[in-house]
Ligand binder design. Sequence first.
Ligand code: HEM
Length: 401
Amino acid sequence: MLSDSSLPIIKATLPVVGENIQEIASRFYEHMFAGRPELLDGLFNRGNQADGKQQQALAGSIAAFATALVERPDRLPENLLDRVAHKHVSLGLRPNQYAIVHENLMWAIGDTLGAAVTPEVAAAWDEVYWIMANMLINKERGLYSALDLNPDEIWRTWEVAARIEETPDVVSFTVRRTDPRPTKPSLPGQYVSLKMLMNDGVHQLRQYSLTKADDGDHRQFAVKRVAGLDGNPDGEMSKLLHSSLKVGDRVQLSAPFGDVVLKYSNRPVVFASAGIGITPMAGMLSHMAKAGVDRKVHLLHADADPGSFALRSQVEESLAELPDGKLDAWFVTPGLEPAQNEHAGFMNLEDTEVAEDAEYYLCGPLPFMQHVRSALIARGIPAKDIQYEVFGPDLWLADFQ
Ligand code: HEM
């Protein structure tokens, strides 16, 4: 872990670095993209750059990691490292790219904090960076080798076989493989990256949860149209897919990755999702139905109204195939004749009976998950039994304060 010489320096400088971390991160990205503009073509998501989310996630993760090194080096934030490593390999990141980030990050620390960054301070932060980077590089090597792939081999061409308009905002795409190589198996809950050429000639990547279990030839994912302002890169991918991706078109998808996967167990399972957060749940349910597992499964889903509940018939079919599967849904605007399992308003866990000793999986907007997780913790559910998937850079994990 941190050397004896660096430990007191990191302890002493963590507050000032923490206070300035946003500024450091934003100067870091600006400097890096000025020197290496090719990183914006086919690697970084310019929507997340434009709204500052990626800066916040990277900065927060480094600050969280440095805090852990200082305060509890025996318990480094494995879940944070796992999440980042899975995201990185889904983009085909290579170990030698860590030197680029290193050089630009150290420059940004010096540029932001000025004379406070003595050679000793720089050396101590250099050590933090490489401890974290080496842990990520090792995890990433393990993930690539588990699928017997090197970073250049994660991409493969698929052809759109079906397009289903699920709701006014959500489209499902089924894609078929275009070559005879066997497809890499996905674990329940994983995602793939999709690489597309934007109208201005720049490649962009996004991650989409797989909504069905593998069948060897096909994959299925769903895309919600993100309401970005015109001219703003946020939402550009979903708009392009909604407006122009059609049956017969070819797309590049990565092999499946993602750390939030259904654990192998016999315990009851509760899924709590909101909006497009249904997608990883649909994938997990499909895997369970296909495997014929004998577990109690309860899906709790919240949405604006019954017409916005994407993949509803698919998840209901999966639940019906399971020996003990049920659904409760909450709609802000309920239908005219709500069924017995449809409730008005926001998801209310207090009045909902769930199985004892269940494992929980959450997915939806961050405030929804924070609310549900707090309610579960207040009920006495152990934190180890609650997993959650964040779409976009995870600002919850990165919230080191
Ligand atoms: C994503 C941290 C190195 C490229 C992320 C995220 C974090 C992070 C926290 C967001 C994960 C999420 O919640 O979705 C780090 C740290 C690094 C490092 C701490 C070094 C120690 C690198 C390197 C590259 C890179 C070397 C490539 C040059 C990316 C990209 C994304 C990402 C392209 C996705 C960005 C997006 O979708 O907006 N990284 N990273 N990272 N990282 Fe890294």
